[in-house]
Design a protein around this ligand. Structure first.
Ligand SMILES: Cc1cc2nc3c(=O)[nH]c(=O)nc-3n(C[C@H](O)[C@H](O)[C@H](O)COP(=O)(O)OP(=O)(O)OC[C@H]3O[C@@H](n4cnc5c(N)ncnc54)[C@H](O)[C@@H]3O)c2cc1C
Ligand SMILES: NC(=O)c1ccc[n+]([C@@H]2O[C@H](COP(=O)([O-])OP(=O)(O)OC[C@H]3O[C@@H](n4cnc5c(N)ncnc54)[C@H](O)[C@@H]3O)[C@@H](O)[C@H]2O)c1
Length: 474
């Protein structure tokens, strides 16, 4: 009764103030009450866990400090990089391939700020969408930086300047990762950039040097090469993307070179500085000796990522980390403090949004063992391959670079790994994921009817090659 009386006495403005005050009090009250679960970090690890907990009927809060949900992946990772890859791919297609299909486009150009805007709109739509999902699943979104005070308490330095404490039966750490810095090459996010700066450049550089031929370097290098930049890649090792199957990796390397990327292998950058608006780099052979220099407009440092646990209070609580700074967990994701759990990039395993090897570097995807791993484990294995050059759909759409490679156990024919380099690899790999999950054999895949004409027929053909030694169409 109080609220309508005050409203009647003082008019609509007071009502609005009071309603806002009560909403705030309710938020404080719900924050102060003990939650079943408090999640620190709103990336793909944390936000999915929070939603699932909400769906299971638990009371849950998710603390996120960057001002938007979705973590690295949605804000400065998977999603913006794929948006730029898509735009640059469409432009490159129009430039180099449309004429071959009889399509005339006249003077082709692009508006880079519009490309960036499209990327930003995509990101904003998705991150806002997660806020909606939080509401739907009754997850409290607490905006601020969280710090463990005990195994059941989190202190939040709110983005609005307030400090609050959340009590929880259980706490889940999902604070993700950050760029690994390269000593001597300080990142300013304008001239010497990390992936975050590379995703937000205001214009396409004339010359880009990428340090590190891993996922990020090759994705961003491809984007800017397609948009007209001269791209050089400096890699410490003698191979690109070291975790990939070596045969697939070699084919991928050749494809990237064909597209125009230039590689300097077995080389490390020891110094980088901005002089007169240009980036000057000092290079050395990774095997020692031979100092040389290189110049470019923008340099991307992409030598890996490391777990982000800064300011989280792990040390005070004695939460164990390994030598690489990753939080140690048991098979139930529990740390050495029984009420504190950890998931995602801060624990061991691949730093991938869903810890499943999905959509790889623009067009590479894999699941299970590489041939090199099968060999190292001493397994008795066999392989089968099929090139997209011999796949009718790939021929029809003019996207014939790449292959499907399958690795299976020799005696049982059981699938051990699948590797796809080529068009739509990130979508097609799920056939391999499912096959591995259910312990399928290469013959199972080979005997399964695949629609025609589809890129997926290359998977069936590679399975035929693995199970019976021969594909049909090659
Ligand atoms: C350029 C790029 C491209 C990528 N592309 C792919 C891809 O195509 N496919 C793929 O699978 N993976 C990709 N990844 C990797 C993927 O982004 C990560 O593996 C994934 O985001 C990890 O999820 P996470 O939830 O563990 O951590 P994150 O996504 O890093 O989320 C952690 C969140 O926690 C917040 N946080 C940290 N500390 C605190 C604190 N104390 N309090 C409150 N909040 C905190 C951070 O602000 C962050 O938002 C890419 C990464 C990059 C950088
Ligand atoms: N499509 C995807 O799945 C995707 C895309 C982007 C990022 N990611 C994730 O993000 C993580 C980080 O990506 P990344 O590309 O930064 O790391 P990465 O580990 O994939 O590659 C880093 C590369 O840098 C090289 N390197 C290291 N130190 C060097 C030095 N001093 N000089 C020259 N080269 C050096 C390494 O040998 C390696 O080849 C990946 O591990 C991956 O899990 C995934």
């Amino acid at each position: 009764m109080v609220l309508p009386q005050i409203c009647a006495r003082r008019g609509g403005k007071a009502y609005r103030y009071l309603a806002a005050f009560l909403t705030q009090q309710r938020a404080y009250a719900s924050a102060a009450a003990e939650k079943d679960l408090v999640v620190i970090g709103g990336g793909p690890g944390g936000y999915v866990a929070a939603i699932k907990a909400g769906q299971l009927g638990l009371s849950v809060a998710c603390v996120e400090g960057r001002g938007a949900l979705g973590g690295t992946c949605l804000n400065v990772g998977c999603i913006p990089s794929k948006a730029l890859l898509n735009s640059s791919h469409k432009y490159a297609e129009a430039k180099s391939h449309f004429a071959g299909y009889g399509i005339k486009v006249g003077d082709l150009s692009y508006d880079f700020s519009a490309i960036q805007k499209q990327k930003d709109t995509t990101v904003a739509g998705l991150t806002k969408g997660i806020e909606g999902l939080f509401k739907k699943n009754k997850v409290d979104y607490v905006k601020g930086w969280g710090k463990l005070v005990s195994g059941t308490e989190v202190e939040v330095a709110g983005l609005d300047g307030t400090t609050t404490r959340l009590k929880a039966k259980n706490i889940l750490l999902a604070t993700g990762s950050e760029v690994t810095p390269l000593p001597g090459v300080p990142i300013d996010e304008e001239k010497i950039v990390s992936s975050t700066g590379a995703l937000a450049l205001k214009s396409v550089p004339k010359e880009l040097v990428v340090i590190g031929a891993g996922y990020i370097g090759l994705e961003m290098g491809s984007v800017y090469q397609r948009l007209g930049a001269k791209v050089g890649v400096v890699e410490f090792l003698d191979t690109i993307v070291p975790s990939m199957d070596s045969e697939v990796r070699r084919a991928f390397h050749r494809t990237l070179e064909k597209q125009g990327l230039r590689f300097k292998m077995n080389t490390k950058v020891t110094k980088g500085e901005v002089v007169g608006g240009r980036v000057k780099l000092t290079l050395e052979s990774s095997k020692g000796g031979a100092v040389e220099s290189m110049e470019c407009d923008v340099c991307l440092v992409a030598i890996g990522r490391r777990p982000y646990t800064q300011g989280l209070g792990l040390e005070q609580l004695g939460i164990k980390k390994d030598a690489r700074g990753r939080v140690e967990v048991d098979s139930n994701f529990r740390t050495n403090i029984p009420t504190v759990y950890a998931i995602g990039d801060i624990i061991k395993g691949p730093m991938l949004a869903h810890k499943a090897e999905e959509d790889g570097v623009a067009a590479v995807a894999y699941v299970g063992l590489t041939e090199d791993e099968a060999k190292a484990k001493g397994l008795d294995y066999k392989t089968g391959k099929f090139s997209f050059m011999a796949n009718s759909r790939a021929r029809a759409v003019g996207d014939t670079d790449g292959m499907v490679k399958i690795i299976a156990e020799k005696g049982t024919d059981k699938l051990l790994g699948m590797h796809i380099m080529g068009p739509n690899a990130g979508e097609m790999i799920h056939e391999g994921v499912l096959a591995l999950e259910y312990g399928a054999s290469a013959e199972d895949i080979a005997r399964t009817c695949h629609g025609h004409p589809t890129l997926s027929e290359a998977v069936k053909e590679a399975a035929l090659a693995t199970a019976f030694g021969k594909p049909i169409h090659m």
